[in-house]
Design a protein around this ligand. Structure first.
Ligand code: NAD
Length: 476
């Protein structure tokens, strides 16, 4: 295989964008304006650790400011580079547009292996990185709002929020400068699980459309479907956990950094996660078969493959050997543009990243709204809703007494109906609605227009049309 044929991550995103705009009718020049990344800031800063100064390199890229603030996670990984950050920022633009989150696209990254540092060291590094970005309005509640990504989580977001607050002590909206914070620091219920939960909702919606299932050569329900997942981190863990414990799917393969686990009877996701936490990897897990060459398990026969670790894992080198009917891109960019062609020609259906992992930014949007409104979701309505439901229940109880043995309320009805929605329920409901609506919009374009070969092209078309409309409103 010629390695030159494999485009970089950013080139892959560009190629996928171009495939979509080639079947659209955009005004001359607008295509290029939308495609390019507006700016990328590179910062190198020093932190004194263990008696010597360490120099770190970080990036914050802004792809499109057609809406502000711009939004996108901050990633901590050794492989972080400008090309990657720009690709991820572009994906954020399309993702936000597709799920109607009112943001432009951005992304950040720090070239670091977080596992090599103690918590107090990571805090100093994160605060210093945040300081550099805040100084340039690359973290700001109304201009640029980061979130977690690979290698970062609630802890880092809490440090970033606190750093911003220290620099702008009178900003009443300081909390809203970053999302994915812990609840005590202004976060929202359901944010940690959001991306994995979104993957579950996306699959549930896909399975509501028998015609789409048929394109993938599948039928029936999620129950019993064999799933291979790569990466048991935030996204992969939650997706695999919910799909196995709530939808009855079987997790038949888990691919991690140090190898993979396989078991056709289904693997206990929670148990593997606990094992990883104590042993640092999947090796040695006693209740499934260990495969040292983890990447080979991506090629295991299954119904659904969920790459949820990193980009560029399905390439021209292995695409031909993938034996899944359906791939849902929980990670960003796991399939290169070349591999995308190979898989489509093989009849594999791909639920694309810009849609599949949009659960994170959707719930980040809810968190940002919560921060700006300074009130927990549901705080005003919950008891009022319960009181109104109580009125109905009282009437039903009267009827129950009146009708005697002829009719009675279902035993758990009263308890379930009386309970007003709390924040978590509202967040899940908003996320479910978002994932359903966006999928329906994509499939309308997929099946309803000519020259739209797959869901990825359809997703890009929906997103780019919305971005283009914003630019038109701005006079471009
Ligand atoms: P994470 O750091 O929590 O988890 C990544 C997991 O992948 C870890 O368990 C890690 O050990 C594993 N991994 C790393 N390299 C691997 C390899 N070569 N082979 C197999 N496993 C490997 O990260 P995350 O937040 O779950 O993000 C995963 C992907 O999802 C990324 O592409 C990210 O951009 C995307 N994403 C994340 C969010 C979010 O809310 N966290 C939102 C949207 C998209």
């Amino acid at each position: 295989m010629n390695p030159i044929a494999e485009p970089s991550f950013r080139e892959s995103v560009d190629l996928m964008f171009k495939r979509a705009v080639s079947v659209m009718d955009l005004p001359p020049g607008l295509e290029e304006k939308i495609r390019v990344c507006n700016s990328t800031y590179t910062v190198r800063f020093g932190v004194r650790l263990r008696g010597q100064i360490h120099t770190f390199t970080g990036y914050r890229s802004v792809h499109s400011e057609h809406m502000e603030p711009v939004k996108g996670g901050i990633r901590y990984a050794l492989g972080v580079n400008q090309d990657e950050v720009e690709a991820l920022a572009a994906l954020m633009t399309y993702k936000c547009a597709l799920v109607e989150a009112p943001f432009g696209g951005s992304k950040g990254g720090l070239r670091i292996d977080p596992r090599q540092y103690e918590e107090h060291e990571l805090e100093r590094i994160t605060r210093r990185f945040a300081y550099e970005l805040v100084k340039r309005d690359l973290i700001n509640p109304s201009q640029n709002v980061p979130a977690p990504d690979m290698g970062t989580g609630e802890r880092e977001m809490a440090w970033i929020a606190d750093q911003y607050r220290r620099m702008f002590t009178t900003d009443i909206n300081a909390h809203a400068c970053v999302t994915g914070k812990p609840i005590y620091a202004g976060g929202i219920e359901g944010r940690v699980e959001a991306t994995g939960r979104g993957v579950q909702y996306a699959l549930q919606e896909f399975f509501r459309h028998p015609e789409d299932l048929a394109v993938a050569g599948l039928s029936g329900q999620l129950e019993g479907k064999r799933i291979v997942v790569q990466g048991l981190g935030n996204v992969g863990y939650h997706a695999a956990l919910f799909l196995s414990t709530e939808d009855g799917a079987l997790i038949t393969g888990i691919v991690e950094r140090d190898g993979a686990l396989v078991d056709d009877r289904g693997i206990d996701v929670q148990a593997v996660r606990s094992w990883i936490e104590t042993h640092g990897g999947v090796a040695g897990y006693p209740h499934a078969t260990y495969v040292a060459e983890g990447a080979a398990v991506l090629e295991k026969e299954c119904d659904i493959l969920i790459p949820a670790a990193l980009e560029g894992v399905i390439t021209l080198q292995n695409a031909d050997r993938i034996r899944a009917n359906l791939i849902i891109e929980a990670a960003n960019g796991p399939i290169t543009a070349g591999a995308d062609d190979v898989l489509r020609n093989k009849g594999v259906v791909i639920i694309p990243d810009l849609y599949a992992n949009a659960g994170g930014v959707t719930v980040s949007y809810f968190e940002w709204v919560k921060n700006l409104s300074q009130i927990r979701l549901g705080r005003m309505q919950r008891r009022q809703e319960e009181a109104r439901h109580a009125l109905l229940v009282q009437e039903l109880e009267r009827l129950d007494r009146y009708l005697g043995d002829a009719w009675s309320m279902t035993p758990s009805f009263k308890e379930r109906y009386l309970k007003g929605a709390d924040e978590l329920e509202l967040v899940r409901s908003g996320l479910d609605d978002t994932m359903r609506t966006a999928y329906q919009k994509m499939r309308e374009v997929w099946h309803g227009r000519s020259n739209v070969p797959d869901l990825r092209v359809a997703g890009y078309i929906v997103a780019v049309e919305r971005v283009a409309m914003s630019y038109r409103d701005k006079g471009l």
